[in-house]
Design a protein around this ligand. Sequence first.
Ligand code: GLP
Length: 242
Amino acid sequence: GISLVVAPDANAAAAIVADRFASLITANPQAVLGLATGGTPVQTYQQLVQKVQQGQLSFQSVQSFNLDEYVGLKGDHPQSYRSFMNENLFHQVDINLDRTHVPDGAAADLADQCQSYEAMIREAGGIDLQLLGIGLNGHIAFNEPGSAADSRTRLVDLTANTIQANARFFDTIDEVPKQAVTMGIGTIMESKGIVLLATGEGKSHAVERMIQGPVDVELPASILQQHPSLTVVTDPAAASQI
Ligand code: GLP
């Protein structure tokens, strides 16, 4: 079932999520983390960086797997999700970069890349705690509406809405990749725990449908209702339609 936590503001919401990851890593220094990109998790990563800088936390033995990556962008492209993770978290903490995994959207054989990503997650023993955001249309990672509940890591087309929403990170909308490699909904559902962070009025409709709507592939996040350990953390604005 879903447990919903409405924090007083976005910063407090990020603190709840950061504390959840910090407790996991403290209890299990070799934890396998599932990480996310986008505007939403930035504050969470800042708070984790602070804990490391204050000597309260160490990432040195963790492993991480990111949800997704744009197709066609090399890891060193400034808008790649690999670059995002390096800047916002990995380069600021004591993590071993060899133990951080982001799909390679520039791989020559993307189907093979997807299969080996799944295999690496399995070999790591599965993901202990997966961080998620939510798209305006209810997508999780890059699983757009219509994605199957049992979908695996694969190549996907982005919807026009998602390309538009993510254009703010690029100079022009034409630079936004139209495809991505993403963990599937089935992959995400196998995480032992999931914490979904949503902030801002813009997400309120998707959050309401995720929690109160029927389980419907047209709102991919609603499938998470069937996960045994899902915590949704929001600010008041994102919870305003519940
Ligand atoms: C992107 C990412 C998702 C993210 C979502 C929301 O498309 N692939 O993982 O959750 O958009 O992003 P933001 O947090 O910037 O609103």
